[in-house]
Design a protein around this ligand. Structure first.
Ligand SMILES: Cc1ncc(COP(=O)(O)O)c(C=O)c1O
Length: 472
């Protein structure tokens, strides 16, 4: 990290620690030069950087002041969080177990409402397969997986202008197997891996399982991963892999702009880091066009692009894939050693579905419904949640990221809500420390009714109770 970047980071940290409050005048350039022993130019650069990030403002003839609202009140002071031993699995397991109970309002769930999936058509495809499959066809889909399915997936990339050969695709048991195999291919135990902060807990679980060390990079609900912080982490550590979501990030929902995806890719190429791209939500956009994957900007073949049908068509089939490029053979070898292969009947049923049913019609309906349901939840939150609650939402997917005042503990809120049969996904699930303990993720894909309305009102009441002075 350059000197001026280090100074800017120090000042940001001081602002986060309330040493400098919004509206406070920072030491003048001259004073800062005297305190820090740095040159006038270095200090000037640091102040410019802070200004460009919106953390401070210059007032002519008066000096530099801490901005009234820092760049994002999502910022928690630390741009890069190091964790040498990820230990999150037990907590996540407990939370996920609780969300599975059918009597619970599943705001904490990661899956979309399964009633949005075309179950009848999928069953018809399964039935067709069961009638037409031969003894050979049900055992012949060993890695890399069914050829027709790999072709169908490659054709979908081609529609987006992303050239992917069926030969570089490996079919997996959901995206989770694709991601785990990719991480395994790219790393050795003890290696440093970049993740976002907050990030999908599956990434943290995978790191824990493989004995990897995490470098968690500050990620903003509006702008996404902080590229300065990423560069700093890459410069200072021998990073082997980077696990990222650039479309509809879980849990924040943010999708990076094309420019940012390009800049991100160039940076990762410069440091020759293997990219593991988790792109499970890219079909759930509300805009006119499907956002491009980071893989589309990869000029050196360093990306393993992972996705699945779990979020957009059917979760229970457990069919995903990785566009593995030069790593395809190694992925297949690892798969042969672990799960052997993905279930053949499920692969065949998907081939039938994609060839004979209306996948795109289903997707259009799904996107429209998700957008409507999210609006409904946003309306309820605006009516019942305290005005201090900040609701981060995006034009895709079905997650809302709720940021509450810092004194609220969403681990406690989670326990309290569960007593009322309501689940939420507390911020603790998405990081390696307590930095998001005042946030939670809310699944807005469920059909709206009295039960959901009451659940939001109950959550609002529990939050209000925690906000009362003296509440413990
Ligand atoms: C961001 C993200 N990646 C991957 C997965 C796993 O996907 P699959 O069910 O296809 O294994 C999930 C599921 O919750 C997810 O949210």
């Amino acid at each position: 990290m350059k000197k001026y970047q280090r100074l800017a980071e120090q000042i940001l940290e001081q602002i986060a620690m309330d040493i400098w409050k919004p509206g406070d005048r920072l030491p003048s350039l001259r004073e800062q030069v005297r305190h820090s022993g740095m040159s006038f130019m270095t200090v000037g650069h640091a102040y410019q950087l802070l200004e460009s990030r919106g953390a401070i403002v210059a007032r002519p003839q008066s000096g530099y002041y801490v901005a009234s609202r820092p760049r994002s009140n999502h910022h928690h002071g630390q741009q890069v969080t190091r964790n040498e031993a990820v230990d999150i699995n037990t907590y996540i397991f407990d939370v996920l177990q609780a969300s599975c109970d059918a009597t619970v309002v599943p705001f904490g769930s990661a899956f979309p409402d399964p009633r949005l999936f075309p179950l009848q058509q999928l069953n018809r495809s399964l039935s067709t397969v069961s009638k037409t499959a031969t003894a050979v066809s049900v055992i012949e889909n060993l890695p890399p997986g069914n050829s027709a399915l790999r072709h169908a997936i490659a054709q979908r990339y081609a529609q987006q202008g992303v050239p992917v050969s069926p030969d570089e695709i490996v079919i997996t048991a959901g995206a989770l197997e694709a991601l785990n195999l990719s991480l395994q291919v790219a790393t050795q135990p003890g290696d440093w891996v970049i993740v976002e902060n907050p990030c999908f807990y599956g990434a943290l679980q995978a790191l824990e399982r493989l004995g990897l060390k995490a470098l968690a990079i500050a990620t903003d609900p509006v702008t996404g991963i902080d590229l300065d912080a990423l560069e700093q982490a890459l410069e200072q550590n021998p990073v082997k892999a980077c696990w990222l979501m650039t479309n509809s990030q879980n849990p924040l929902g943010v999708t990076l702009t094309v420019n940012k995806k390009q800049a991100l890719m160039r940076l990762l190429e410069r440091y020759q880091v293997t990219v593991i791209e988790d792109d499970v939500y890219s079909e759930l956009y509300y805009g006119r066009e499907r956002p491009l994957p980071l893989r589309a900007f990869d000029e050196q073949g360093i990306t393993l692009h992972c996705s699945s049908y779990s979020k957009c068509l059917v979760a229970g089939f457990r069919i995903g894939w990785v566009v593995a490029g030069k790593y395809a053979r190694r992925i297949q070898q690892l798969q042969l050693m672990s799960t052997l292969s993905t279930s053949s009947p499920m692969q065949l049923a998907l081939v039938d579905f994609l060839a004979t049913r209306r996948f795109d019609t289903h997707l259009r309906r799904l996107r429209r419904t998700l957008a409507e349901r999210k609006q409904q939840v946003l309306l309820a939150l605006s009516q019942h949640f305290p005005p201090e609650a900040k609701i981060h939402h995006s034009e895709s997917g079905y997650f809302l990221w709720v940021e509450l005042p810092k004194q609220i503990d969403t681990r406690r809120l989670y326990q309290q809500a569960l007593r009322y049969n309501i689940s939420i996904a507390p911020g603790r699930m998405f990081c390696t420390d307590d930095c998001w303990d005042h946030c939670f993720r809310l699944n807005a894909s469920w059909s709206w009714g009295e039960r959901e309305q009451q659940a939001i009102m109950t959550l609002a009441r529990l939050i209000a109770q925690q906000m009362e002075p003296g509440s413990v």
